[in-house]
Design a binder for this molecule. Structure first.
Ligand code: ZN
Length: 310
């Protein structure tokens, strides 16, 4: 069988204050906290995963909240925009809701004939709420304040900014199986043909855009979804054959990953569907407890003293 990349798996961004980040994504955006763990490389920092009920790949936005970190800025060599799919007719609800929660007034725009409401989260992260032209049958997580008629369905797209399109396009189409769908201004749209949703990568070619600064309010990396470890290792060798540096397979407890920097400077990850977030918590109580990777379990009390108050 042909090996496939199944659109986006997750996007990871950097936040400042942990409590503010948690409150914004769970209460204001109405996402589910599906896992509360720590940064595996820096266990004094939280790692939050927000998604739908089970944290299906393609719905997962994750954050490293680093208290007191400086504010970053977007630029070339990073993912600059996160697109969430929302139901038709819900953008005004979101404009009003975000406005009433103290978020700066956003703007409307149209891209590839789809309507977007664009705003920034409390750290300045750029979020696009998009009414997709095609169907989105994904079941959303709903809350008392964000109902079925408005709730985000998961990712619609991610936008990357690079100085030169060609080398990034070569990775997307030549390795990851994305197909060029169209161009609008300096944005090229690529779609993964194997999945219905979370299937779009928009690449903005901006030769004169300064490099971004990866700190609060910016994206750290984007992860593409693959079925299993065999597929992961298949793509790992394809990328290695292109002469790009790539990590060994890393166990992230909820998925297995490899990381590489695509030639435009954006950090890419490939992540497996298995084992998923129910590995160490039942579905109904996902996100309820602080989960630590086994190597830190013995230090739980010390870690809990260091972590910021939520
Ligand atoms: Zn990741």
């Amino acid at each position: 069988m042909e090996k496939e990349v199944l659109g986006l798996h997750h996007i990871t961004a950097i936040a400042g204050n942990a409590k503010q980040n948690l409150d914004f994504y769970t209460r204001v955006m109405g996402l589910r906290l599906v896992k509360k763990t720590v940064n595996f490389d820096d266990p004094g920092t939280f790692h939050f995963y927000f998604g739908n009920e089970s944290g299906t790949p393609g719905t997962i936005l994750t954050f490293f909240p680093w208290e007191g970190i400086r504010k970053g800025y977007i630029g070339a060599g990073m993912a600059t925009e996160i697109g969430y799919s929302v139901p038709k007719g819900s953008l005004e609800f979101w404009e009003n809701r975000l406005g009433s929660q103290g978020t700066l007034k956003g703007t409307y725009l149209e891209r590839f004939s789809e309507k977007h409401y664009v705003f920034q989260d409390p750290d300045g992260l750029h979020i696009h709420l998009v009414e997709p032209s095609g169907p989105d049958q994904r079941t959303p997580w709903v809350t008392d304040e964000v109902s079925q008629s408005a709730a985000t369905r998961g990712f619609h797209s991610v936008t990357l900014a690079v100085h030169r399109l060609g080398p990034t396009e070569k990775i997307l189409t030549g390795i990851l199986g994305y197909v060029l769908e169209g161009k609008e201004g300096n944005i090229s749209r690529y779609r993964s043909p194997w999945v219905e949703n979370a299937s779009i990568v928009d690449v903005m070619e901006a030769p004169n855009l300064p490099r971004g600064l990866n700190a609060a309010g910016t994206n750290h990396h984007i992860a593409f979804r693959v079925k299993d470890e065999e597929t992961l290792m298949y793509f790992r060798s394809r990328i290695e054959e292109m002469g790009l540096g790539i990590t060994p397979k890393i166990d992230r407890d909820y998925f297995f990953s490899v990381y590489f920097r695509e030639p435009g400077g954006v950090l890419f990850e490939l992540a497996t569907e298995n084992p998923g977030f129910t590995r160490d918590e039942p579905l109904e109580s996902l996100g309820g407890q602080l989960k630590l990777p086994s190597q830190y379990e013995a230090r739980r009390e010390e870690i809990m003293r260091v972590l910021p108050q939520l």
